[in-house]
Design a binder for this molecule. Structure first.
Ligand code: ADP
Ligand code: MG
Length: 221
């Protein structure tokens, strides 16, 4: 197994976001404006234009709601939380999406493992990573979530059977708006990284021996 790490930011995150918004919000706005002008001029095939405009608007909605999450004041509500319980909540939430792609999510975790954390935030981290795992898999298979703990730390591994993270993608992971998906926002891992930093936890990305990748979260106990 080869160990790979998320790169630390080059420009400040807020600077990158400000720059990114120009592209991510302005481009859809420009295209919506163009289509509206066409419609105003009385073109045919109106349905096609409406659906493109709706897609663009949905994309902006998604981005702005994720940006709001990033800008939320940090109100940590930390408690001792069962890892298993949080994982089960998240899996229940994402089960429909997994089932549609014939993906089984297997949880391998003792009941006892717990960490001091903000439950909502850590669930958001798990949602972001498990969602990416589901989205990465093009054919049926398994996602395994495993929890291992020692005296000083708890390690949560999310293993998928997707194509894995290529080296050039890895270099850009965690940069605001970096996505390889048609409907991606490229904010999921950025939010993840921010929450983990607050918890003094670490994100490590591993290449699986067979196929896919493993996203590993290491929490101090
Ligand atoms: P988004 O999911 O909106 O694209 P993320 O920040 O969650 O944004 O992820 C950024 C990119 O990282 C994805 O577009 C994808 O290329 C890559 N990635 C994330 N998780 C995985 C994974 N499990 N397998 C392969 N690639 C991944
Ligand atoms: Mg994502």
């Amino acid at each position: 197994v080869e160990e790979l790490m998320i790169r630390s930011e080059k420009m400040s995150i807020s600077g990158q976001i400000a720059a990114g918004i120009a592209h991510e919000i302005r481009n859809p706005l420009t295209s919506i404006k163009g289509f509206l002008q066409l419609l105003q001029a009385g073109v045919r095939h109106k349905d096609k234009y409406y659906s493109i405009m709706l897609d663009e608007i949905e994309k902006m909605e998604k981005i702005t709601s994720e940006l709001l999450f990033l800008s939320k004041p940090v109100t940590d509500d930390r408690n001792i939380e069962s890892i298993k319980n949080m994982i089960e909540d998240v899996v229940r939430l994402l089960q429909p999406q997994a089932r549609m792609k014939n993906i089984d999510i297997v949880i391998n975790c003792r009941k006892l493992d717990s960490i001091l954390c903000d439950r909502t935030q850590i669930k958001q981290v798990l949602i972001n990573i498990v969602k990416n795992a589901i989205e990465a898999m093009e054919s049926p298979g398994e996602i395994t979530i495993r929890v291992v703990s020692s005296e000083s730390k708890v390690i949560v591994s999310i293993m998928d059977e997707g194509p894995g993270v290529s080296d050039d993608v890895l270099e850009k992971l965690g940069e605001p708006f970096f996505t390889t998906k048609k409907n991606g926002t490229g904010l999921g891992l950025l939010i993840t990284k921010q929450i983990l930093d607050r918890h003094h936890a670490k994100l490590t990305i591993l290449k699986n021996a067979e196929k896919g990748s493993t996203f590993q979260l290491t929490f101090p106990k």
